[in-house]
Design a protein around this ligand. Structure first.
Ligand code: ADE
Length: 222
């Protein structure tokens, strides 16, 4: 899976995407990250990327053309590649917006299994000139009912949740771990401890050694 990330701030991705499971997925070529900065696609000698909104109003709006050109570059890369005759790369474009459709884990699974290239358009300022949506056919996606200062965090959320659905990104242990963590309460040593005069103990059933009962308890605690 290739993620093409259109952003004014590519360096904001470094820390999160170069470590742990995602860092390993990049190293193992399970995922590929391709950054495109709209500033590199400006005509303006000052590389100005934003302007006042038509119709008035506060703030600045990101210009359409530098983003559309960055998108065009990202979208031709897949087709330049030598691929088996029968295989056409499947591509999706997402533009992050707090007003977009809410992203879910079902989307993460769908994207992982139905696309080869995902182009992520990240806005800043008061938004992006809407003609970008018309020219690219992007889907507007939101990651939750709150407003962020830009799409970069949303991009990282989508990359993380899609990548972990790709075969080989999570090790066997982590896949099992994921089922365990997402399905019920978990405990580790010590079996009990005291904090501010209160004892905190592991549920007795988990230290009983009775596997069938433990499974029942786990199913019940969902
Ligand atoms: N940009 C600003 N807020 C956002 C949100 N909640 N989801 C996606 N993109 C955003």
């Amino acid at each position: 899976m290739r993620f093409h990330i259109i952003t004014l701030f590519p360096e904001t991705f470094d820390c999160y995407l170069s470590h742990s499971i995602l860092g390993r997925a990049v190293a193992n070529k399970k995922i590929e990250l391709n950054f495109l900065n709209p500033r590199d696609f400006c005509d303006d000698p000052h590389r100005r990327i934003d302007d006042k909104p038509y119709g008035g109003g506060p703030g600045m709006v990101m210009k359409a053309l530098p983003i559309i050109r960055a998108w065009e570059k990202a979208s031709v890369i897949p087709f330049r590649e030598k691929l088996p005759f029968t295989k056409k790369r499947r591509m999706k474009t997402i533009l992050f917006s707090p007003g977009g459709r809410k992203f879910t884990n079902e989307d993460a699974k769908h994207f992982a299994h139905h696309f080869d290239d995902i182009i992520l358009i990240n806005g800043r300022y008061e938004g992006i000139d809407h003609r970008v949506v018309e020219a690219t056919g992007a889907e507007l996606i939101s990651i939750g009912n709150y407003v962020l200062t830009g799409g970069e965090l949303a991009s990282m959320v989508v990359i993380d949740s899609v990548a972990r659905q790709i075969e080989g990104v999570l090790g066997t242990y982590e896949s099992l771990e994921e089922e365990r963590v997402s399905s019920h309460e978990v405990y580790t040593r010590p079996e009990q401890f005291h904090f501010k005069g209160r004892e905190y103990a592991v549920p007795k059933i988990l230290v009983s050694g009775h596997h069938k009962k433990i499974e029942e308890w786990r199913a019940f605690s969902l």
